[in-house]
Ligand binder design. Structure first.
Ligand code: ADP
Ligand code: ZN
Length: 520
């Protein structure tokens, strides 16, 4: 239900918008959020990156009497915000352990000379901060990156939980929680944790229609990325899972003659700053980076974002690919994934705290669903964020070149029973030999030529074994063992008993081969 805006405030808000930021209009849900805040209603705004979240508290901060207290999780982020607020003539300051002028800031705050005061959650939750607030006038609490308050969120920070007593100590001060990424669970949790009414939820559209999504199996990452670079001349970001992989890919790709630089947390701050500045200024450079790169970078003309391995979650995928095409021009997001990515992620899963395992597993399953789907990628993505999108978009790989889907339940049962009968410790290479009936030394030594599964795979099934194994690993029916073997997991037993089916998406190349083969 849309709140009735305080009617006399909106013209003032437009004036202030123009006077402070030089903008002539609100974008999307900004107006709705600002009008709620101005009329004192607590709100959770879920707005994708680039949608203009900061304005929704900075504008009220300028308009309302008193100071808007902004809770933000990272000092670097705070300083970015501080810079841009100050550049717009907003009276702002940060209160962190890194600041040497804390006394000055505290005085300004008490004297009512600040529109914005940025603090970290660990400071905000301290009793003497509460005391300080009671001696000043607070207009608004803005809680940035609010998903940090939820264990369902992808970036839980316990300090965020300690904010509630502070907020409750000032019941007349409205709360504005902001986040770019929150699925249904996380949204409900943020509302509950921060004491915001359910009808205070405002969700902006997540669609980025100018981004073309594609998700492909990884065959040879370097070769696939080189091809991508040949087809795309504009600036691009390639995300790789580890520092070593970043270095390696950057070196390989630089050999193509394209300007390519690495970025990861292992580089010195000077090198990182230099590489980032070069990227922001460039019109054709490629940055190979870990996820450490991208937060707070203002480069609207990034033409492609590639993932050389799977991201952490759909939220991460959306955030990282969202760095492409902020200028609205056609851009590309392509992911090259491998079964080993999911294998590693599922091993890590067993190492996280038990109470978080369920949500982490759901996150991984959702990502596997996106990777393995034959449906429109955009539709899957937007449904994940609670929207009801059109079933097709004409701007993703699956819409542009619908993949073939094969029901390979029979082959899946053969593979899973070969895994079981060989003792759940061999890799796909060995299993393939057993299923194909190839009696090499190792097969003979272990007596695997004597098993009922020896040689039961048909000629037609052979090319499907690898995509099948990939799909089973993505959905968790096959799990990696410590020594590089495969073991049963997830719904493997249901598949074996014929209670679950296994459709797989055929990669376009395989699909062409199959169609070609079928028609001859
Ligand atoms: P977010 O924090 O949601 O990622 P930002 O607050 O950084 O987004 O805003 C993204 C960009 O959009 C900034 O460059 C900002 O100046 C611009 N912007 C925000 N609101 C408007 C508006 N109403 N009109 C024009 N540009 C805007
Ligand atoms: Zn689509």
């Amino acid at each position: 239900s849309r709140a009735v805006p305080a009617a006399d405030l909106l013209p003032d808000a437009l004036d202030a918008l123009h006077a402070t930021f030089g903008f002539t209009a609100f974008r999307g849900v900004q107006e709705h959020v600002v009008s709620r805040v101005l009329s004192g209603q607590s709100t959770l705004a879920v707005m994708p990156t680039g949608a203009g979240k900061s304005l929704t508290y900075q504008l009220p901060a300028v308009m309302l009497e008193g100071t808007c207290v902004v809770v933000s999780p990272l000092i670097a982020l705070m300083h970015d915000q501080l810079r841009s607020a100050t550049a717009n003539g907003i009276r702002a300051a940060t209160l962190t352990s890194a600041d040497t002028d804390r006394e000055v800031t505290i005085d300004r705050f008490r004297e009512g000379e600040l529109d914005l005061l940025y603090v970290a959650p660990e400071r905000a939750s301290q009793p003497h901060f509460r005391e300080l607030l009671s001696k000043a006038r607070v207009s608004l609490f803005a809680i940035d990156e609010a998903h940090c308050v939820s264990e369902w969120g992808h970036d839980f920070r316990p300090d965020y939980r300690l904010l509630r007593p502070l907020l409750d100590a000032f019941p007349e001060v409205p709360r504005l929680a902001l986040t770019a990424t929150a699925d249904h669970h996380t949204r409900a949790d943020i509302l509950a944790q921060l004491g915001i009414a359910e009808n205070g939820l405002i969700v902006a559209g997540f669609d980025r229609p100018n981004i073309r999504y594609a998700i492909r199996p990884r065959e040879n990452a370097a070769r696939q990325l080189k091809a991508l670079l040949e087809e795309n001349s504009g600036p691009g970001i390639i995300y790789a899972p580890t520092r070593a992989r970043v270095e390696q890919l950057a070196e390989t790709l630089a050999a193509t003659g394209r300007r390519v630089l690495p970025y990861h947390a292992g580089l010195s701050p000077e090198v990182r700053a230099r590489n980032q500045a070069a990227f922001v200024a460039s019109e054709d450079m490629v940055m190979v980076a870990t996820v450490a790169f991208g937060m707070g970078i203002d480069k609207p003309d990034v033409r492609f974002v590639a993932h050389a391995g799977i991201p952490k979650s759909i939220e991460g995928y959306y955030q990282e690919t969202g760095r492409a095409g902020r200028d609205g021009d056609p851009s590309i997001a392509v992911m090259f994934w491998g079964a080993d990515d999911f294998a590693r992620a599922r091993i890590r899963l067993s190492e996280v705290e038990e109470r978080r395992q369920q949500s982490e597993r759901q996150r991984l399953d959702a990502l596997a669903g996106l990777v393995e789907t034959a449906q429109c990628r955009r539709a899957v993505l937007l449904r994940h964020f609670g929207e009801e999108p059109a079933p097709t978009c004409d701007n993703c790989d699956n819409c542009l070149e619908p993949p073939g889907v094969a029901d390979v339940t029979e082959l899946a049962r053969k593979l899973l029973s070969a895994v079981y009968r060989t003792g759940q410790s061999y890799g796909l290479g060995h299993l393939e030999k057993v299923l194909a009936g190839i009696a090499d030394d190792r097969v003979l030594q272990r007596g695997h030529d004597q098993l009922s599964v020896f040689g039961i795979m048909t000629e037609d099934e052979k090319p499907l074994l690898k995509p099948l194994s990939r799909a089973l690993q993505a959905r968790g029916s096959l799990l990696p063992t410590e020594h590089g073997g495969l073991a049963l997991g997830g719904d493997a037993r249901e598949i074996l008993k014929g209670e679950a089916s296994v459709p797989i998406v055929l990669p376009p190349k395989q699909e062409r081969k199959r169609r070609g083969g079928g028609s001859s």
